[in-house]
Design a protein around this ligand. Structure first.
Ligand SMILES: Nc1ncnc2c1ncn2[C@@H]1O[C@H](COP(=O)(O)OP(=O)(O)OP(=O)(O)O)[C@@H](O)[C@H]1O
Length: 248
């Protein structure tokens, strides 16, 4: 494990539409860890993940990737991060395969390396039957799988997944869980937001709960202890009782 955490958020804040969306958020994540981000609608999960992915600039605070200030070196995001946004934007007139090529080029992959990366991710996410299909005609779940393939293509050190199980069928949800655990076992750090508590107990080592943009809980997840997580979620998120954040 690296001495520096792969991701370190320090006092991160961002206002949206004149209101605080994320306030003084401090979190860290080590290589190989899977952190689940929970919270009711509007709690600030997507805002947090967009800032980590470099798509939204914080108003204040810092983000460090492998110890380097990411706001001063935004090119780090392209190398180190794979991001699945909440609604992955796709070009409807490009095929699945062409999407992967375009994403690979944006991440600095070219020639043989790009071809190999594309073929590997198509095989891994079982996208062969869809490779020549236009993105504009994909089902929602198929679009989600393409978004996931784009996020994984360049083998990022940090995967940022915003509601990755959205629109996936039960077979694909099981495949997603296997994939996330395999990525973590290979040393990738993963941060994912979800509304599914079962997703957290199935794949996460740690859980952070946001409420009204602030961190209310940061703790270890007991594998498959759904009842304990549900209790914590309702105590912290629904009642919104301020609680001191606890480091994992
Ligand atoms: N594009 C936007 N423009 C203005 N305000 C926004 C925008 N997106 C989110 N917000 C506001 O920022 C706050 C945090 O929203 P965010 O989307 O980060 O929450 P979330 O926890 O991801 O919610 P959900 O579970 O509904 O996806 C909310 O008050 C929301 O209204």
């Amino acid at each position: 494990m690296n001495a520096e955490p792969i991701l370190q958020l320090d006092q991160l804040s961002r206002r949206r539409a004149g209101r605080p969306a994320v306030q003084n958020l401090s979190l860290h994540l080590a290589s190989g860890q899977v952190l689940g981000l929970l919270g009711v609608n509007g709690a600030g999960k997507s805002t947090t993940l967009s800032m980590i992915a470099g798509a939204l600039r914080p108003d204040s605070g810092s983000i460090r990737l492998n110890g380097t200030d990411f706001l001063e070196h935004p090119e780090l995001a392209r190398q180190l991060i794979g991001w699945l946004p909440e609604r992955a934007p796709l070009w409807p007139e490009l095929t699945v395969s062409e999407h992967l090529v375009a994403h690979g080029r944006l991440r600095g992959l070219h020639g043989v390396a790009l071809k190999q990366a594309r073929e590997a991710i198509i095989e891994r996410l079982e996208l062969q039957p869809l490779a020549r299909r236009l993105a504009g005609v994909l089902s929602q779940g198929q679009r989600q799988r393409l978004g996931l393939a784009c996020a994984l293509l360049h083998r990022p050190a940090l995967l940022v997944l915003d509601e990755p199980a959205n629109a996936l069928d039960p077979v694909q949800v099981a495949a997603l869980r296997t994939l996330i655990r395999a990525e973590a076992a290979a040393g990738t750090a993963v941060i994912l937001s979800t509304h599914l508590l079962a997703e957290v107990t199935a794949v996460c080592d740690r859980v952070a709960i946001l409420h009204e943009g602030t961190l209310r809980h940061d703790g270890v997840v007991q594998a498959d202890d759904h009842a304990a997580l549900e209790r914590t979620f309702f105590q912290v998120a629904m009642q919104g009782a301020p609680q001191p954040a606890r480091a994992a």
